[in-house]
Design a protein around this ligand. Structure first.
Ligand code: SAH
Length: 201
């Protein structure tokens, strides 16, 4: 069994986006933050023996973490070919068989799962992308971990209430902003992000 520290180290070794696409809001969750959320999910009983979906999986850090911690099955749902290619190289060394990579739009995914993990687009480039991800997650799972810009807190709480989801826990972080994007001038800009644990009432 892994420790939280070993999990963070393993996740830090994964490859991330080569040329992140601004339109798809591609960026990788920081490995320490991913390990914190995954560890909490583990402690809450949301991982071991569970079917998990990683929506907007990107290079796979959240779903790979779930596999390392004992998920029964993981669906990686990601529409971008380049991201899927990196995800495949990240996952091969695990020699796992209990996962599927679904290259598709999240809105078309239909499997019911126990837990959704997602760090979706924040909706800054694709309007309402955050809403589409949340509504899809609510329709397929009773437990959802979802990252959002803290500035959109009121919106997240309203949409959760509309779908009869409560927020028993949330965790706030300062994310290093997507430094790789050419249009950003400041190198070490931070963005306030909250990960919500949403549970069906
Ligand atoms: N979950 C990863 C990546 C987050 S970036 C991590 O935590 O590191 C958001 C990802 O969502 C990107 O890889 C982007 O390509 C993907 N994405 C954006 N819109 C999508 C959609 N409608 N359907 C599926 N994937 C989408």
């Amino acid at each position: 069994m892994l420790t939280k520290k070993q999990l963070a180290i393993q996740l830090s070794k994964l490859a991330s986006f080569e040329k992140p696409k601004i339109k798809l809001e591609q960026y990788t969750t920081d490995s320490e933050i991913a390990a914190t959320i995954l560890w909490d999910a583990l402690m809450k009983g949301d991982i071991v023996g569970k079917t998990v979906a990683d929506f907007g999986a990107g290079t796979g850090i959240l779903g790979i973490g779930a596999l390392l911690l004992g998920a029964k099955h993981v669906f990686f749902v990601e529409k971008d070919t380049d991201a899927v290619r990196i995800l495949q190289t990240n996952i091969l060394p695990l020699r796992a068989e209990n996962y599927e990579i679904r290259q598709m739009d999240v809105k078309d995914f239909q499997e019911r799962v126990d837990t959704v993990l997602q760090n979706p687009p924040f909706g800054t480039r694709q309007e309402h992308a955050d809403k589409i991800f949340l509504e899809k997650a609510f329709s397929l799972s009773n437990v959802v971990y979802s990252f959002h810009k803290t500035a959109t807190d009121v919106f997240v709480r309203a949409i959760a209430a509309d779908h009869a989801f409560t927020i028993p826990e949330y965790y706030s972080f300062s994310f290093p902003l997507r430094q790789t994007y050419a249009h950003q001038i400041k190198k070490r800009e931070l963005i306030e992000v909250t990960c919500y644990r949403l549970v069906k009432q």
